[in-house]
Design a protein around this ligand. Sequence first.
Ligand SMILES: Cc1cc2nc3c(=O)[nH]c(=O)nc-3n(C[C@H](O)[C@H](O)[C@H](O)COP(=O)(O)O)c2cc1C
Length: 181
Amino acid sequence: MGHKIVIINGSPRNGSATSKVVKFILQVLEELKADYYLIDFENIQLPQFNDRQEPAEVANLHKKVNAAGGFIICTPEYHGSVSGALKNFLDYCSIEDFEGKPAAMVSVASGHGIYALTSLQMIMRNLHAWTLPLSVAVGHVESKFSGDNLTDKKIAGRLQLICKELIRFAEIFGENKFTHY
Ligand SMILES: Cc1cc2nc3c(=O)[nH]c(=O)nc-3n(C[C@H](O)[C@H](O)[C@H](O)COP(=O)(O)O)c2cc1C
C-alpha cells in the first residue's frame, strides 16, 4: 500500500450530499488500510485561477496532487457539470500532475448525475489521468441515505469496488512509472 491516494470532495456546500459520499469512501479507505490525503472544498476556498503566481495555499495542495499515486474525485452535479470549486482547482493543475496515474470518479446529484460524471471523465482524460472504466453516479442522492448513513447496498458495493480497483491500479501504474514523455 505504498501509493498515496488523494481524495477530493468537490462540493463547497456545508453538509453537502457529496461530503456524505466522501465520508463513506474514507471509511472504506480506512478498512483497506490505504494511505490517503483528503482535499475538501467544503473547508478550502481557493482564489480564482489566473496565470500569475500560484498562491501558497494552492501550491501546498498542488504538491499533494503531484506526489499522489492515484485519485478518487467526487463532484456534485451543478448545472449539468462539475462544481466550479473543483474545476477551479483542476485549472491550477496540469498533465504533469496526473499523467500515468489512475483516477476513480464519483458524481453526486439530485438528478441522475451522468452529466457531471461525463464532464469529469472528459476533464481527467484531458489531464492525462487513467480514468477507471468503473465510475459511480450517486443519482437521486436523497433516496440513497438515511441521515448520514448510506443505505443503498448497490451504491455502497460500487463505491467499495472503485476504492479497491483504484488502489490496485495505483500499485500497477506506480511500479511501471508509466509516462508518455
Ligand atoms: C448551483 C447548483 C446547481 C445544481 N444543478 C444540478 C443539476 O444540473 N442537476 C442535478 O441533478 N442537480 C443539480 N443540483 C443539485 C445537486 O446535485 C444536489 O445539491 C446534490 O446534493 C449534490 O450537491 P451537494 O454535494 O453540494 O449537496 C444543483 C445544485 C446547485 C447548488
